[in-house]
Design a protein around this ligand. Structure first.
Ligand code: G3P
Length: 217
């Protein structure tokens, strides 16, 4: 499963990229607002940090205006994935962009039928929001399992990008289902490394090593 980080904070992205475990980045208008920086400038910087796909979202609602915005975004770098909402105009835009060889991430997906439409529109990625599903009392992971089943039934190449990830449990469940990608906030990615038994075990090993009085090298 590929790991994307869901942030527009370039310091966090740089830090996580150093682990060598980061495959891409997703942003959205809310994350850009949080970063407090010029949108095009911050996206360009992110594209230079991570060679994998960097999602940048259009904000227009009609197809023609989405295409105009996508033109600006896709010129930023070769690793841009234009993010469009799962609407009729969004999918029209998706079809046009992918036919031209641009990566497209179809976002705000909340049903398996919507995911089916995104795949038929040739989306590179579809982003079902699991956390927001959980928030309204619907198990988000059931949606991921349904999409996996449907995509496998028809060999759709669209990658399932699990979004709105809120905890390591979401990551664990997404991997068991066979999602292609997950995007999570930096704090959740950092949590994945942690286990109290790792910390305790390391402490004990180092205490015993100290007692040997030896050095390596
Ligand atoms: O990038 C879209 C998605 O990951 C948003 O997550 O936590 O705002 O529902 P959240």
């Amino acid at each position: 499963m590929k790991f994307f980080v869901d942030t527009a904070d370039t310091a966090e992205i740089r830090d996580l990229a150093e682990t060598g475990l980061l495959d891409g980045v997703t942003t959205n208008p809310s994350l850009v607002h949080k970063a407090g920086r010029d949108f095009l400038e911050v996206v360009k910087e992110i594209c230079g940090i991570v060679p994998g796909p960097v999602s940048a979202e259009v904000v227009a609602l009609d197809h023609e205006s989405m295409m105009r915005e996508a033109e600006v975004l896709r010129k930023i770098a070769d690793n841009i994935a234009v993010k469009v909402p799962l609407t009729v105009d969004g999918l029209k835009t998706c079809r046009k962009l992918t036919a031209d060889g641009t990566m497209v991430n179809v976002t705000l997906c909340f049903s398996a039928n919507q995911a089916l439409l995104a795949a038929k529109a040739g989306a590179t990625f579809v982003s079902p929001f699991v956390g927001r599903h959980d928030d309204v009392g619907y198990p988000g992971m059931e949606l991921i399992a349904d999409i996996r089943l449907i995509y496998d039934n028809y060999d759709f190449p669209t990658e399932i990008l699990v979004a709105s990830v809120r905890s390591p449990i979401h990551v664990h469940d997404a991997a068991k289902i066979g999602a292609d990608v997950m995007t999570a906030p930096p704090a959740v990615i950092r949590q994945l490394f942690k286990h109290p038994l790792t910390d305790n075990g390391l402490k004990a090993f180092l205490a015993d090593w100290e007692k040997t009085g030896q050095k390596i090298g």
